[in-house]
Design a protein around this ligand. Structure first.
Ligand code: ATP
Length: 465
């Protein structure tokens, strides 16, 4: 299992492998004026190469290096420019792209950048006084551009020399960890823009320093599937994040940026938002893409204080017209690609995962339960039942399991509260011989650590195909 020591960063290798471009593909040139965006959608079977040949451009807050081809696949995104630029585009396979031509007055990007400068002002005060930097939570309906905003605020702050701690509470997608995980990582350096958040920290070289997240396994698709477990893991993550802030002055003054999954206007979702606000002492709530949610958040947090006795400010932001919906098929390909990359690397950095045969009896396997609808939120007798010791079965076929930093002799609660060390994949289940064929990024004895089995990410059939 690839070690995830937590919240650090791996240095880049001395000789990173350069990204390759499809030299034979026809090339088009796009000239962008200030504030314009090059918006593109590449399906998983195709690749799109984008090279900045003049001017300055960025993707979600991270600047493109000049004359360097960036290869995108299974991506819907944009490249924007503040001062104008020229891009050279080539592709293999199909893709959709167009240039959006807003002015400074009609792009929400300007309000996002202004917000960034406000956060910088708070960070400057924090540096002078030794106080905590801003703790920012981004909420909004599905497909509002929340994650893109979190990336932009992270990228811009990193470029100013800060080290924000980014927290992902969206269990449907992973941040530097598999989907189904809740994770946090410090971003002292740029994000690898060709993947969602950069590579997951399996073994293998990368041109951009690999961020090491701290991750907990929730293993279910939505917070509603087991709200109590979800809240417990968030609290657990908040404790670790808070102690990380306390021990590192640079991270402390840079503050937190927290992403959420899309919420509908409902009491249950608002309770979860309030839980995150209180556990992470959030003092700035950004509501993107819903005036109604903005108003309701204003009302909810009016007059409330953080644990540090600061007021909670709610700021409503417009959604960008470029944000696109990603249908379930597309997102499934994205998840599959992330899992494949974890075990096999990318075309540039091929990894060789280890396959081993393991007896059913040699494993300590724990199943994450969905809460029964009758289980009361505050009802503690359900605590242990959230994680249940179980025997391997055919149901494990093609599942990803989380390996956690705990002992197989620990209690269910301790195992639940332990952070993730890495992941393995069940390639085959032989019920007759009572053996599993398991794929792991490194060779290690699997019987020594508890394995957590959830229903998210869903079984991936084509991983070895
Ligand atoms: N201006 C833009 N132009 C083109 N694509 C964009 C733009 N802004 C965001 N996107 C893309 O739209 C998709 C949805 O955006 P994003 O993931 O930021 O939304 P979200 O609110 O976090 O979604 P979710 O509700 O699934 O968490 C992403 O693929 C993102 O890269």
């Amino acid at each position: 299992m690839a070690a995830i020591p937590g919240l650090g960063e791996l240095p880049p290798p001395v000789d990173p492998t350069a990204t390759t471009s499809s030299a034979a593909a026809p090339t088009t040139i796009e000239i962008l004026e200030p504030f314009w965006e090059y918006r593109f959608e590449v399906p998983h079977a195709s690749t799109l190469d984008i090279k900045l040949t003049s001017g300055l451009a960025e993707k979600d807050g991270t600047e493109l290096a000049p004359n360097t081809p960036y290869t995108f696949t299974a991506t819907k995104s944009k490249i924007n420019t503040w001062h104008g630029c020229t891009l050279e585009i080539s592709s293999s396979g199909t893709y959709d792209a167009y240039v959006s031509e807003p002015t400074a007055d009609d792009t929400p990007m300007v309000s996002y950048l202004n917000l960034h400068f406000k956060l910088e002002a708070f960070r400057a005060i924090a540096q002078r006084t030794g106080q905590m930097g801003p703790r920012v939570l981004v909420v909004g309906p599905p497909n509002a551009g929340k994650t893109s905003l979190v990336k932009m605020l992270t990228g811009w702050s990193t470029r100013m020399g800060h080290q924000p701690l980014v927290v992902n509470t969206d269990c449907r997608e992973g941040m530097l960890a598999m989907p189904g995980s809740l994770s946090a990582a410090v971003f002292p350096s740029i994000i690898n823009i060709t993947t969602e958040w950069g590579s997951t920290p399996s073994s293998g070289p990368s041109a951009v320093p690999v961020k090491l997240p701290l991750a907990y396994c929730y293993g279910l698709e939505t917070p509603e599937k087991n709200t109590k477990l979800f809240k417990m893991l968030l609290s657990r993550l908040a404790v670790t994040v808070t102690s990380r802030l306390a021990e590192d002055p640079d991270v402390k003054t840079s503050g937190l940026i927290i992403d959420t999954g899309g919420v509908s206007v409902s009491k249950g979702s608002y309770d979860l938002i309030a839980h995150v606000v209180s556990e992470f002492s959030v003092n700035i709530v950004l509501v993107i893409g819903s005036e109604r949610m903005g108003n309701e958040m204003q009302k909810k947090f009016a007059g409330q204080k953080t644990s540090l006795d600061e007021a909670i400010t709610v700021i409503a932001l417009d959604k960008s017209g470029g944000v696109v919906e990603r249908d379930s098929g597309f997102l499934q390909h994205v998840r599959e690609a992330a899992i494949k990359e974890y075990f096999f690397g990318t075309t540039n950095t091929t990894l060789s995962p280890f396959t081993q045969q393991v007896d059913f009896s040699a494993l300590s396997l724990w199943r994450i339960n969905e809460a029964s609808p009758s289980a009361g939120l505050e009802d503690d007798i359900y605590s242990d039942a959230m994680l249940e010791k179980t025997e391997p079965s055919l149901m494990l076929q093609n599942c990803v399991l989380a390996v956690v930093y705990a002992s197989i002799y620990d209690s269910a609660d301790t195992i639940r509260d332990s952070n993730i060390m890495g992941y393995v994949y069940v390639a085959d289940v032989d019920e007759k011989r009572k053996k599993l064929k398991i794929l792991a990024p490194v060779s290690a004895r699997l019987g020594d650590r508890p394995l957590i089995w959830g229903s998210w990410p869903e079984p991936m059939v084509s991983l070895l195909g």
